[in-house]
Design a protein around this ligand. Sequence first.
Ligand code: SF4
Ligand code: SF4
Length: 302
Amino acid sequence: MRPGQFKPYYVYRFLRWKLGNRSPLTAVAKVTNNCNLRCDHCPWWRRDIEDASTEEWKRILKIVRDQGVIHLVLEGGEPTTRDDIDELISYAKELGMLVMLITNGLRDLKRHHPDSYWISIEGVGDTHDKNRGRGVFDKIVKNIKNNRDANIIVGATINRYNMDQVEEIASFFSPITDGVWFNFMYPYKKAHDIALNPSEQRVIARKIIQLKEENNIISSESYLRSVGMENKNCPSFLTTVIDADTTIRQGCTVEQIEECRCDVCSLGCYGELTQAMKLRLDAIEFLKKTAGLSSHRLLWLR
Ligand code: SF4
Ligand code: SF4
């Protein structure tokens, strides 16, 4: 597709994928492993990889855009600890990508201008602070309330510590954000004790489906119904993962840490992509909301 030429974008891409094309849709850029917190179960801040320079990141962003990426997820560690994060956001937008910034919500959200924010939470109140530090929960809630003009999604990864809080998470964050997203922790070797097993995941996923009626939960029912089942058709090629040193690997983010075990994986992002590739409309709606896509852009993106 030539620059400047408008097409029914997803129809075009979808048909190409069905014909065997393996171009990525999303790039998950781990722009740093540094973080302003030190959560117990987090593997990322423990890694010893040097961050790449601004110019190197710009070079890589251009490469993935040329490969077909339209949705850039900037994550860490904590991406806002990079002084050049706004420069990278602006550059990605200039290239035509929609930018989501995943953050722990501690830095002032007004400082940055992504298409959408994704604030990761552990739970409500003390459940959040137990892992992240005392007083952190109140700070991020204040930050969210001070930035209601931004597109803010709150994402909770369910594990043994917060599995009893799904109702509280949904009811607390639904009124003050643009949506609540639930994910299920992958049983990394370091997090094996706190990740739920597939049958426990299925019970919680059913509960979340019921909660969707009265709360602004954006996780699709199609994905939630697939939780705890073996994910045989994960289209992980749709994602390109870029490490902090700008090593690019197309495929699943788990591979950055250890060997994939798809039979116990219910990761939400890949689960939603799996459903979207089956043309489940609620999963496509999820992708639109998280990317900050309007229907017009979805159909007529360059
Ligand atoms: S805030 Fe996120 S990236 Fe930072 S240490 Fe905690 S889990 Fe890891
Ligand atoms: S481990 Fe999960 S995300 Fe990775 S390829 Fe398997 S199902 Fe997909």
